[in-house]
Design a protein around this ligand. Structure first.
Ligand code: KG4
Ligand code: ZN
Length: 336
């Protein structure tokens, strides 16, 4: 049995976790940076500086909470891409320094793969083949995994990511940032049929996503209403927007699952925390005899436990990185 100390600093959450080779999470600390709320989005330079302030303290705290010392750790894992380059560099430099000082192996992890491996914490035996819907603040991809290193991206967003659609809607509604959880909460009390917002690219054989038209349609709708009506119906509007986003994600995933006759669907990334997406995906997949894997809520948003989880198989294969490892900001699952 081995233990991995893992770091995640790709965006605005500094996270440190310890996980063992049986996928047992000892600790998963996440420090979310609230500073960005004032700007309505993440300010990259601020994010990097806050990661630097947080990462040493969080690491000490993680070891304390798990009642472990550096000598009990067998490897360091860190996300190296995709993400904000300055933010990623903080985690990578810190993990490299520890690997050097402690003489322990270093494991590089693709952040999107980390999101998928968040599912292994609850289901350690989960293996491809599966169809993965990866939905975060920067990505929306439908990926057909034959094996973990043999996959095809069968659909992706042509403009905004699903999380971005939630965030931009929240901004239009003056709700705050990040928008996903805020809209999700409001939508619980709302009627999703209150207003029909468009579902783009809805032809059966089109597996790409598009959310920029939805954003325009929300803006136009809000312009056509007076302030009072918007305030009185904020829960209904939230529920209607959420339904439009979720319908699009679920219908494309289910159509592709039918096409390739897969038995397993994996949902990953921050948007997988969405209560409506979780419910609809499980229900629609059930109708075609598919099992759905979605991480427990605490492993949906960016966290280091998922990075540690993705590092376990790499440790077993001795896929270690040298100390000249670098971060890079390149998008998506393409560079797993
Ligand atoms: O994966 P993640 O934590 O960071 C990135 O890698 O981007 O995803 C963050 C995104 C944000 O856009 C946020 O609004 C969205 O996930 N999100 C949600 C929910 N929780 C987080 N979207 C919808 N419903 C939620 N409950
Ligand atoms: Zn993420």
């Amino acid at each position: 049995m081995f233990k991995i100390l893992a770091f995640e600093t790709s965006c605005d959450d500094t996270s440190v976790a310890i996980i063992d080779s049986n996928y047992k999470v000892y600790v998963n600390l996440i420090s979310s940076q609230t500073t960005h709320e004032d700007f309505g989005g993440v300010v990259p330079e601020l994010a990097s500086r806050i990661h630097i302030k947080n990462i040493t303290k969080l690491t000490k705290l993680a070891l304390n909470k798990a009642n472990l010392a550096f000598k009990d750790i067998d490897a360091l894992a860190v996300s190296i891409n995709p993400g904000l380059i300055g933010a990623l560099l903080v985690g990578v430099s810190f993990a490299k320094s520890l690997a050097y000082a402690l003489h322990k192996p270093l494991i590089a992890v693709n952040h999107m793969l980390g999101h998928i491996y968040a599912n292994k914490i609850e289901h350690p035996k989960l293996q491809p083949p599966y169809l993965a819907l990866i939905v975060s603040g920067g990505h929306t991809e439908l990926v057909d995994f034959k094996e973990i290193d043999n996959f095809t991206i069968v659909g992706k967003t042509r403009d905004d990511a699903a999380g971005e659609a939630f965030d931009k809607t929240a901004k239009l509604l003056h709700l705050g940032y990040p928008g996903g959880p805020l809209i999700d909460n409001l939508a619980i009390k709302g009627d999703p049929m209150f207003h029909r917002f468009p579902r783009a690219l809805d032809k059966k054989d089109n597996f790409d996503f598009s959310f920029s038209g939805l954003k325009t349609s929300i803006r136009n709708y809000l312009r056509s209403q007076d302030k009072q009506t918007i305030n009185d119906n904020i829960a209904h509007i939230s529920a209607s927007v959420q339904k439009a986003i979720v319908d699009s994600l679920v219908s494309k995933t289910i159509n592709y699952a039918k096409k390739i006759k897969t038995k397993n669907i994996v949902v990953a990334g921050g948007v997988s925390a969405n209560s409506c997406l979780r419910k609809e995906m499980i229900s629609k997949a059930g109708e075609i005899g598919c099992k759905v894997y979605i991480p427990p809520i605490q492993y949906c948003m960016d966290n280091a436990a998922m990075i540690g989880s993705a590092a376990i198989e790499k440790f077993n294969r001795k896929e270690f990185s040298s100390l000249d490892l670098n971060a890079f900001s390149t998008k998506g699952t393409r560079f797993i």
